[in-house]
Ligand binder design. Structure first.
Ligand code: NAD
Length: 473
């Protein structure tokens, strides 16, 4: 059987690429090795099965519990005998995952994508071997898209064990750990730390770097750090973990802070120090495919490898490890295979950290603009001045908008606050159309919404904000 396209890997990059290829009239198959306990293929990759979706499910459940315990009374709602049923919470999460992953097989059927079960490997530039149990099958393909995703990094000082787990293990605790340690105050550390802290764990996060979230806007980093501390997260910056021992009952963590060596004990320890690309044995070493210093497959801006008709997308190539970035790469590659002139705007990939409040941003940070010597202006608006945020009792944080001083083009939007992800998404749309801050200022925003904070920040960039008291004269 010869396919126009074989996609190896069925995560958000691979399955989206496969569906798009099929929609464009290409005869397409998608190879996926994961299977569930019934032997049915599990599409959706990390994002749907053990990443974005289950973690957001627990983030939402835990936030409801936290609000019921801590802030319902602010609304005059008194909750008596509040109780937590962890197994019901986990079951709900598993059902959400099951519903979405099984939906992909349905989408394949509707769109005519052929699912192939097994472990795929590119053996030459138009053949893919698929191993399933003891059987090997060879499939011919005109084009191959590699989309095998990434896995949590295991560090030698903290190997996985009963109580030392990766992000997947941390989504499946059967009870709330009394004391929870986390190595890494990155995206995963903060999101999973939030989940278990809201459910009652004492959470300590060890972060080797001395700056908190060094890649985001400095003001947002400062504000969010203060808020997370208030929520009970003990974030130890400049703390390098040097040794971990799991006695099966307790995990003991040694760490150095400045020059002192300290030790703490936990019931569970999550290691969240980054992810590595899954590039091991996915293509024959004689092929003209190279990896960079981080083990990622080298591609050009169209996700083409040096090997003719072989593409790589998602977490195995440069750029942020984000589902939406991988999916868009999949669509671009599908369109290019079908002969269209698609490109991808890597400058406008939005980022979100799903804490509460969320942290979200797109475009350049103030630090980047300063480093690049760009002449820019800033407009900020605090949610404390937003009617809707106050009404919702959710008024921590602010919106910050950066625009070019000469052209007024919006260069970056950074939000820490309620619905930050959705507010930034509005900025992404505006920026995709080359909007100026004046354009956003002239746009009508519904009142009362938290989105009005973006409107006011755009107005503030030109010193025209209505609802800020300290307007420059
Ligand atoms: P990360 O790179 O975001 O953070 C890891 C942190 O661990 C870093 O700050 C690093 O300095 C620290 N660290 C490393 N070794 C350490 C040590 N020995 N002691 C103390 N600190 C140490 O990695 P992550 O949080 O594991 O996330 C992995 C990837 O998954 C990211 O690239 C992210 O983009 C992606 N992801 C995204 C989302 C989202 O978009 N919401 C959610 C989950 C994961």
């Amino acid at each position: 059987m010869k396919y126009d396209v074989i996609v190896i890997g069925g995560g958000p990059a691979g399955y989206v690429a496969a569906i798009k290829c099929s929609q464009l009239g290409l005869n397409t198959a998608c190879v996926e090795s994961s299977i569930d306990s019934n032997g049915t293929q599990k599409y959706g990759g990390t994002c749907l099965n053990i990443g974005c979706i289950p973690s957001k499910s627990l983030l939402d459940s835990s936030q409801k519990y936290y609000e019921a315990a801590k802030s319902f009374s602010n609304h005059g709602i008194e909750v008596k005998n509040l109780d937590l049923n962890i197994s019901a919470m986990m079951e709900r999460k598993n059902n959400v995952v099951e519903r979405l992953t099984s939906g992909i097989l349905g989408l394949f059927k509707t769109n005519g994508v052929h699912p192939i079960s097994g472990t795929g490997k590119l053996i030459n530039n138009n053949q893919v071997s698929v191993i399933s149990g003891n059987d090997e099958s060879i499939f011919d393909a005109e084009h191959v898209i590699l989309a095998t995703g990434s896995s949590p990094i295991e560090i030698p000082i903290a190997p996985w064990s009963e109580n030392v787990v990766d992000s997947t293990g941390a989504l499946n605790f059967e009870e709330v750990p009394e004391n929870l340690g986390i190595i890494g105050a990155g995206v995963i550390g903060l999101e999973l730390g939030s989940v278990w802290s809201r459910l009652g764990s004492e959470v300590t996060i060890f972060e080797a770097m001395t700056d908190f979230l060094p890649l985001i806007d400095k003001q947002l980093a400062k504000d969010s750090s203060r808020e997370f501390k208030k929520q009970g997260l003990n974030i130890k910056l400049g703390s390098q973990v040097t040794n971990v021992t799991d006695s099966n009952k307790k995990v003991s963590v040694n760490f150095t802070n400045s020059s002192t060596e300290e030790r703490m004990e936990f019931d569970k320890l999550i290691v969240a120090v980054g992810r590595k690309p899954n590039t091991n044995d996915i293509y024959d070493s004689n092929l003209d495919i190279e990896t960079d210093a981080n083990g990622r497959i080298v591609v050009n801006s169209f996700c083409e490898t040096a090997e003719k008709n072989i593409f790589a997308i998602g977490d195995i190539v440069r750029g942020p490890m984000l589902a939406h970035k991988g999916s868009e790469e999949g669509i671009m590659v599908a369109e290019r295979i079908a002969g269209k002139k698609a490109t991808m705007n890597y400058d406008l990939v939005p980022n979100v950290i799903y804490t509460h409040p969320e942290i979200a941003w797109v475009g350049k940070t103030q630090q980047e603009l300063e480093d690049e010597g760009v002449d820019f202006k800033v407009g900020s608006f605090p949610f404390a001045a937003s009617g809707r945020a106050l009404a919702a009792d959710d008024s921590v944080g602010s919106v910050k908008l950066l625009a070019d001083k000469g052209t007024d083009t919006i260069l970056g939007v950074h939000v820490f606050g309620p619905s930050a992800a959705d507010i930034v998404q509005q900025a992404v749309i505006a920026m995709e159309f080359g909007s100026s801050s004046e354009d956003l200022g002239l746009t009508i925003f519904s009142h009362p919404t938290v989105s009005e904070a973006l409107h006011e920040a755009a107005l503030a960039a030109n010193n025209e904000a209505i609802h800020i008291g300290n307007r420059k004269k």
